[in-house]
Design a protein around this ligand. Structure first.
Ligand SMILES: [Zn+2]
Length: 234
C-alpha cells in the first residue's frame, strides 16, 4: 500500500483546475498555445460553460443497465458534464457501515453532505443515485471526486459475511462497464478503496474485502464486455 500511495501522490494533481485557469488566461488563443490534445481539452472546458450544450438527460435514466434509479439529495453531489469537463479515470470502492436501506436514506438526506453514484446490495441488486455525468461527494477529496465513480457496498468493514458472491459479481460487472466506458485500465492504480484516497480517515472497504477476487472478476467481466462490444483488444 505504501508504494502505491507514493506513486499516486507523485501524479499531477488538480489537473482540471489548472487547465481551466489556463483556458481563462489565454482565452481565444488556446488553440495556438499547445498540443492538439490540450487545445481540445480547453475547448471542452469552455464549451461546458455555454448553457444548453451539456448532454441531454432523462429523468430516471441510469448509466448501468439493470440498476434501479433513486435520486440522491442535490446537496450531496455537484452537477457536471463528465467526462467532457472532468475526465474519469478511477473507481472508488466503499462499504456503507450500515444497511442498504439506511445508505439510500442518508444519500437522500441533504444534511448528510455525501453520497456515491451506486450502492450494491448483498443480493447483487444495484441502485444508482447520482449520474456518472455528475460529481458525487463520496471520496472526501475534491480531485478524487471529480475524476472517479463511487460504488458503495452495503455492509460493515469488520464483518466478512457482508461480502457475498452476488455482491462481488454484480459490483465487478458494474466496475468493468465503467472501465469500458471511460477506457480506464483494470488495475489497482485505477480501482481503489476509499482508504487509499489521500487525506482520508476512512478505512473502507477494509480487511475482509477480497481485492484479488474482485480484480479477477472485474477483468473477466471487462473481457466479456469487450467481446460483446466487438472491441479488437482489451
Ligand atoms: Zn467510503
Amino acid at each position: 500500500m505504501g508504494e502505491r500511495r507514493a506513486a499516486r501522490s507523485s501524479a499531477p494533481k488538480d489537473g482540471d483546475r489548472r487547465i481551466g485557469r489556463r483556458a481563462l488566461l489565454i482565452g481565444g488563443a488556446a488553440a495556438a498555445a499547445g498540443t492538439a490534445v490540450f487545445a481540445r481539452d480547453e475547448l471542452g472546458h469552455l464549451w461546458w460553460r455555454v448553457p444548453g450544450v451539456e448532454k441531454p438527460r432523462k429523468e430516471g435514466e441510469v448509466d448501468f443497465t439493470g440498476a434501479r434509479w433513486v435520486s440522491a439529495s442535490e446537496a450531496n453531489w455537484r452537477r457536471a458534464d463528465r467526462p467532457d469537463d472532468y475526465g474519469i479515470d478511477m473507481v472508488v470502492i466503499h462499504v456503507t457501515q450500515g444497511s442498504f436501506d439506511s445508505a439510500v436514506k442518508v444519500f437522500q438526506d441533504p444534511e448528510h453532505g455525501a453520497a456515491s453514484h451506486y450502492i450494491v446490495r448483498k443480493d447483487g441488486h444495484i441502485t444508482q443515485m447520482i449520474r456518472e455525468l455528475d460529481v458525487a461527494f463520496h471520496a472526501g477529496n475534491r480531485q478524487y471526486n471529480e475524476r472517479s465513480v463511487g460504488i458503495e457496498h452495503a455492509g460493515f468493514v469488520e464483518r466478512a459475511s457482508s461480502f457475498t458472491d452476488e455482491m462481488y459479481e454484480a459490483s465487478a460487472r458494474l466496475t468493468a462497464r465503467i472501465c469500458a466506458r471511460y477506457d480506464i485500465p483494470v488495475d489497482r492504480e485505477h480501482i481503489i478503496g476509499h482508504v487509499e484516497v489521500p487525506g482520508t480517515d476512512h478505512t473502507d472497504p477494509g480487511p475482509h474485502w477480497d481485492w484479488d477476487r474482485y480484480m479477477r472478476l472485474v477483468r473477466q467481466a471487462r473481457t466479456a464486455t469487450a467481446r460483446a462490444d466487438g472491441e479488437e483488444s482489451v
